[in-house]
Write a protein that binds this ligand. Sequence first.
Ligand code: MRU
Length: 365
Amino acid sequence: MKIDGKPFRSIWRDDAGEVRIIDQRWLPHELRIVPLDSREDFATAIRDMWVRGAPLIGATAAYGVACQMRRDASDAALSETWEILHATRPTAINLRWALDEMDRVLRPLPPGDRAAAAFRRADEIAEEDVEINRRIGENGLALIREIAAAKPDGAPVNILTHCNAGWPATVDWGTATSPIYHAMEAGIAVHVFVDETRPRNQGAQLTAWELNSAGVPHSLIVDNAGGHLMQHGEVDLVIVGTDRTTARGDVCNKIGTYLKALAAKANDVPFYVALPSPTIDWTVTDGLREIPIEERDGAEITHVQGRDDQGRITTVQISPDGTEGRNPAFDVTPAELVTGLITERGICSANADAMAQMFGDLKNA
Ligand code: MRU
């Protein structure tokens, strides 16, 4: 996508081949680009959420392995790097997927061949992510087109989204935002309700920023407004991302997604999940019991970050001294609440049979 008219991705290799990222902790106030080199740099960037969003976490980990292979390409270094990067965040399955993929490609090679092969595969993983998201956009476009056709001429399709499943959460396009960008390109009027997404405000800070930059009409809402808007017929469609989707279609995503799905079900609003295939965890059937839910620092609840009148980025405390925050970062929406999964291969029902039919080759790989 573009920032100030210039094409940008969330992670890339510069002309010298070095890995660079947008440090997302400072958005929307500052665009800071930082290089990553050692595996410790990559682990910090993922753990401390300089990069975040399931697909981008995966791509970053792949580049982390590649950079390490330049320093030490031994079997031991390969295994240690897998462990170090895997320990950074527990919920998004793309992390394990990308690390396993790097291991699968590199392990059989002699150490001397590993660095070049690792960069090749990491570049491919990044490119594949872009292509997957582009296709999710095309498939989601058909859905938005259908909804638009049932509305009065020119009335926008109102889409609610939670967290940031936009291009900063992926290498490019985003998952939940890709259908929206494709609809804009196709001349379909859209308007997006952006959940602020407490506690880290990925909606307010990232989704609002990217939609604003792309000229997509949007309104920022507090996390609790969605149910009210749905009751009053103001939401035509919900599209969210996913950090891990089970073989039966349970969807683990940013905390609060489940409440949106309940409200959507109660109000007959279609609830879709934009799902790239590397985000499917075929080893898990019962999402509620088997997916590890990241518990983050309670200070993310008791404090908020913003920009003051002098333009300084600052953090302020909003609750009393002595009150502690409890901060589960993700929740699981049971498949029964999901209208459909927008994937790179088409739209799929959220159940084991439909998923196995669409992705049988991957399930059995
Ligand atoms: O904690 P985050 O910001 O990494 O959480 C991100 C989300 O929950 C996204 O919705 C999900 O990763 C899908 S991104 C295409």
